[in-house]
Design a binder for this molecule. Sequence first.
Ligand SMILES: Cc1cc2nc3c(=O)[nH]c(=O)nc-3n(C[C@H](O)[C@H](O)[C@H](O)COP(=O)(O)OP(=O)(O)OC[C@H]3O[C@@H](n4cnc5c(N)ncnc54)[C@H](O)[C@@H]3O)c2cc1C
Length: 377
Amino acid sequence: MSGDRFTEELREFLDAHPPPAARGFDAERRWQEVLHAEGWVAPHWPVEHGGRGASFREYAGYVLELARVRAPQPVNRVGINLAGPTLLAHGTSEQRDRYLAPILAATEIWCQLFSEPGAGSDLASLTTRARRAGSGEGWVIDGQKVWTSYASEARWGILLARTGPPGSGHRGLSYFVCDMKAPGIEVRPLRQMTGESEFSEVFLDGVELGADALVGAEGAGWAIAATTLAHERGTAFPLKEQVVQKVFLDDLLAWARERGGEITGMDRDRLARCVVDAEVFRFLNLAMLERLARGEEPGPESSLVKLHWSALSQRLHEAEITLWGAAGVAVAPGRDGTPPWREHLWSRAASIAGGTSEVQRNIVGERILGLPREPRP
Ligand SMILES: Cc1cc2nc3c(=O)[nH]c(=O)nc-3n(C[C@H](O)[C@H](O)[C@H](O)COP(=O)(O)OP(=O)(O)OC[C@H]3O[C@@H](n4cnc5c(N)ncnc54)[C@H](O)[C@@H]3O)c2cc1C
């Protein structure tokens, strides 16, 4: 399909189906169903798996257009953005036929079982074990995961577990599809400072998985997880966020202008800093887009993008809450229906999720600037 035709069809679809203002699990599920009915959940996926075979440029245009019209994200984010692309790249045809269609239809929600209490930034040190079942068929999993977003709703999880001996590092890891309804799985929701419980601890105690749960070869988990993480840190997310943050900033500036003389010098400086940061973020994204359109990998530059995004989003919400003053910490909804304090508190997660800012700075220092590596234990 030509790029122009693709954009035209997308705009026709969005005119006929204006995105809802509501957010949250149910609203996002309904929105995904609307997208799915006309094949717009993952246009960059192959046609035979429910996509439109869109090029990277078309997909980038799609992400920007949806952000521009303030569409909510589809509910099955882990499925669409992480599990699906990983199974497309490394799964068997049976796995792709079994799992991909319900991801797009949002009939089966997915979660990501990577982080553990003792393994976050240093993911390769994880200790959840996968051993072969006594029958020789299938696997038995024991261990604990943490910060698992959507675990309470999930039907399946992408699971990284150790099949090699303890201390075997990244070479001893394998990648599985984990049945979240299997006996031995306990999901304990964690309460966040926003008062919500989006993520959970997940305990795995003698969980039996079939032989067909393994993705790729035994011991190939690290390389397969790299595909998942490249999709998590790399491509579509910052593009969407570029527009989301710009829309947020424009609204904030319009609101500040209405209040005119009430805005103090310090608040003005804060807003000016956000305008500069948003522009830098846009340029970093453009450079990344060019790179990907040339068929190159996101590379260590994706850490710069992640770092800028988290700083910008935190500064924007800080600016908003300061402009609100004491009313910003009240329970009442803010300008767009969401209490400013909720967004401000949530934005603290930006510099942790998907790789902390300290770790991104290490990557920038070592791999882009060529500084000496930090000593490893
Ligand atoms: C909102 C949210 C959702 C998440 N969802 C998921 C999910 O669905 N599935 C999942 O598997 N995980 C998820 N995570 C977990 C996330 O990937 C980890 O929190 C992140 O990788 C950091 O790991 P950690 O929390 O164990 O911190 P640690 O790695 O223990 O780090 C603690 C502190 O030490 C610093 N530090 C660590 N190593 C270094 C170093 N080498 N140099 C300098 N400083 C260092 C860190 O920057 C941090 O400040 C989520 C996290 C958040 C916040």
